[in-house]
Design a protein around this ligand. Structure first.
Ligand code: FAD
Length: 445
């Protein structure tokens, strides 16, 4: 995906003359972004440079530009990243895991934001996002799976979440393509879906329209001088200065050089393989909502899009930056999906893909200012990055204009792992850039 309006800054950057984080400019939704521009008209200093143009970097840049901040996104492939692979479930309730109650609050807040966020983005760009308020059905195929789902239901109800237990027959009445062996399920009418590729396209266009500049180069390092982040150095040698640098490089966020170890985010890649099938018009509506299942302890989901696409996912593998689609991954997904919905073997298989979730130690994002003045994080969204896009935009706009986090985002403060055992205490080696993966020796197990 390519954006127009690419802007590359010259190699030598002047001192930053932009607004410090503690004294943000007044928030004016339609204010034109300001940049220090040399006579050539190409800015070489920005209020904000965002490292990484995945959905999280793009929503941050869009919101920053709306606040009147001159903003650039540095990324060789903006609008790409994990969203190209992601299923797009907005599944705060069915994705609930034990120990993640704090994250649940943020997930729910973002799910509530989605309708107005999608409307605003569509209004700004004229692009649809494939937002489908269709609900989710989570089913079990044997008695162990049913016991697990029952436990999840009890947990959900203890937190006041809306989920209705259905018998196998009731599940099949809702979704007739389900296998006869389905033993029961949970109907969750509040867990919806969006098309992440369309979301990324729309965010790219919205950011461009709001005046964000795109620097189509990998960031080699973040420049730190006088104990603050002052800009970035791109692979082509350009070094745009920045009042604030936002690190939003997904699973590579921990590998950008130049930062003191205490502020390097502890983010790791978590590989996910997905399949895309097509539902021919004669078979429509194949499924009317997202269907997910526990199949002999494993998890599989089927996400039917309004355009006839059916996404089947996803594996979860800790293999470093490997994005190989494997026979085993495809086999397991098809095997489990077939057990759940036998008719899927009739559908054309149109795509297989693997992507990397940016995992954090507690599966929650790292947001806002760090100990290093001028450096903010927006990373670690793991398996909920699509769901968390609206609220991340809100939180980062607040952080960039007020200097801190809004109270509801404080549990997700960027610095919460700085003193954790195992936090990096030595500088990382020179960072790889996208498309230059670390060697197998460097990859995590
Ligand atoms: C298989 C799979 C299924 C998923 N399903 C869902 C789902 O159903 N619901 C949900 O909410 N979430 C889901 N997710 C998670 C979601 O996709 C991610 O959390 C989200 O896309 C992360 O976005 P990001 O912008 O933080 O990172 P990324 O998408 O990884 O983007 C990072 C960007 O940084 C750039 N970059 C990296 N290094 C540099 C550098 N040195 N210089 C410049 N740029 C750099 C990259 O080019 C990339 O564009 C899924 C993910 C996967 C893999």
């Amino acid at each position: 995906m390519r954006a127009s309006g690419t802007t590359t800054a010259p190699a030598t950057a002047p001192p930053v003359t932009t607004t410090p984080p503690t004294a943000p400019p007044a928030a004016t939704a339609k204010a034109a972004p300001r940049a220090t521009a040399p006579p050539s008209g190409r800015p070489r200093a920005y209020d904000v440079v965002v490292v990484g143009g995945g959905i999280i970097g793009l929503v941050t840049a869009w919101r920053a530009a709306q606040q009147g901040l001159s903003t650039a996104v540095a990324d060789p492939d903006p609008g790409g990243g994990a969203a190209r692979v992601a299923a797009g479930m907005l599944a705060a309730v069915t994705e609930l895991q034990y120990g993640e109650q704090t994250l649940l609050e943020l997930n729910l807040a973002s799910a509530r934001r989605y309708p107005s966020f999608a409307e605003e983005l569509t209004e700004a760009t004229g692009l649809g996002l494939g937002y489908r308020p269709c609900g989710t059905l989570a089913v079990a195929l044997d008695s162990d799976d049913r016991a697990e789902l029952r436990e999840l239901h009890t947990f959900q109800r203890s937190l006041g979440l809306e989920a209705q237990w259905l018998t196998g027959r009731e599940c099949r009445r809702l979704e007739p393509m389900l296998a006869p062996g389905v033993r029961g399920g949970l109907r969750v009418d509040g867990d919806h879906q969006i098309d992440p590729r369309r979301l990324a396209c729309a965010l790219l266009k919205a950011a461009e329209r709001a005046g964000v500049a795109f620097l189509r180069e990998p960031v080699e390092r973040i420049t730190v001088a006088r104990d603050r982040a002052e800009g970035v150095v791109l692979r082509d040698g350009a070094a745009p200065a920045a009042g604030r640098v936002v690190l939003a490089a997904g699973s590579l966020s921990g590998r950008i050089a130049g930062l003191p170890p205490r502020v390097v985010p502890p983010v790791r890649p978590v590989k996910g393989q997905v399949l895309r099938l097509r539902i021919p018009p004669a078979y429509a509506p194949f499924l009317s909502r997202t269907v997910r299942a526990v199949v002999r302890g494993g998890h599989v989901y089927l996400v039917p899009r309004e355009n006839g696409e059916l996404v089947v996912g996803a594996t979860s593998e800790e293999l470093g930056w490997d994005t190989t689609v494997t026979a085993g991954g495809v086999y397991e997904l098809l095997r489990d999906a077939h057990e759940l919905v036998p008719g899927i073997t009739e559908l054309p298989l149109v795509e297989t893909l693997a992507g990397l979730r940016p995992g954090s130690p507690d599966n929650a994002p790292l947001l806002g200012p760090t100990e290093l003045p001028g450096l903010l994080l927006a990373t670690g969204h793991h398996r909920n990055g699509v769901l968390l896009t609206p609220v991340t935009g809100d939180v980062m706009a607040h952080a960039l204009t007020h200097g801190g986090l809004p109270p509801y985002a404080e549990p997700f403060a960027a610095g919460r792992f700085a003193d954790a055992p195992g936090a990096p205490d030595t500088p990382l080696p020179h960072a790889p850039v996208p498309h230059e993966r670390p060697s197998p020796q460097e990859q995590t197990a």
